[in-house]
Design a protein around this ligand. Structure first.
Ligand code: MF3
Ligand code: CO
Length: 252
């Protein structure tokens, strides 16, 4: 598949999908506390998504069994919600959610502290979020995709974090995953030239250890190989002539 340029009416629908997804994350942030199960987070997330007339895009996607990916501590992404997994004081938890509004997708992730967390965990969460913002400084028509990847990866490494290489961000639109791949570390080639109307899910996944990851036996959960902590931060972004618009974030 090739990279798509969205028409104005599609951009309007993606704005609405993103606005709703931002609210989903704001609402879920409020229920994160020690004692809640990852299953409860998923159920609440699905309920909020449907209450806005959206469909959870991850549910049944390639067999994924839930609406929200809930990944705790050394879990990087795609953790499967479970009644048995209870959040504990000191955990960090990454929530990844996707919504479909009138056939148009938005995809975003946040990492939250559960109660009191270590300085190291706090640093990781801050660097992961900031690496996204370092990347989107280059999200502008006329720049190249690798400008974004390089800014994310170099910032994360400079701050001492590992950058997961086996997973990447992606184009997004009428499908959850479109071309191109959006890597979080410098590439050999400058890559695609960015044009206004491209929509990208940019999603750095950082660790307090090395970049190496493994898959659990459930075939979904991605974990750090060294057991170090991982964080994930993602937004759906629209490339414009003058920069970019973060579709899945409000109040910035
Ligand atoms: N943000 C994730 C991604 O871009 C969401 C996919 S999770 C899945 O790949 F469960 F839907 F696969
Ligand atoms: Co994504």
């Amino acid at each position: 598949m090739s990279v798509t340029i969205k028409a104005e009416h599609q951009i309007e629908l993606m704005r609405e999908a993103g606005r709703i997804l931002a609210i989903v994350h704001e609402e879920l942030a409020k229920i994160i506390e020690p004692g809640i199960s990852t299953y409860d987070i998923d159920k609440k997330g699905e309920e909020i998504i449907r209450s806005y007339g959206c469909v959870p895009s991850f549910l049944n996607y390639q067999g994924y069994p839930a609406s929200i990916c809930v990944s705790v501590n050394e879990e990087v992404v795609h953790g499967i919600p479970s009644r048995k997994r209870i959040l504990q004081d000191g955990d960090i938890v990454s929530l990844d959610a996707g919504v479909i509004y009138k056939g148009h997708h938005s995809d975003a992730a946040r990492t939250h502290a559960v109660g009191n967390i270590t300085r190291e965990a706090r640093m990781l969460m801050a660097v992961t979020e900031q690496s996204f913002f370092e990347g989107i400084k280059y999200a502008k028509a006329g720049n190249y995709l690798n400008d974004i990847s390089t800014a994310i990866g170099n910032y994360a490494n400079r701050l001492g974090c590992g950058v997961v290489r086996d997973l990447a961000g992606h184009g997004i639109g009428t499908s959850l995953h479109e071309d191109p791949d959006v890597f979080n570390f410098p590439q050999r080639h400058k890559g695609l030239k960015l044009r206004a109307g491209m929509t990208l899910a940019i999603e750095p996944m950082l660790t307090t250890g090395t970049h190496r990851v493994a898959w659990l036996d459930d075939d979904w959960t991605v974990v750090t190989r060294d057991g170090s902590l991982a964080a994930h931060y993602e937004n759906t972004v629209l490339i414009t002539e003058t920069g970019c618009e973060i579709l899945s974030l409000r109040g910035v």
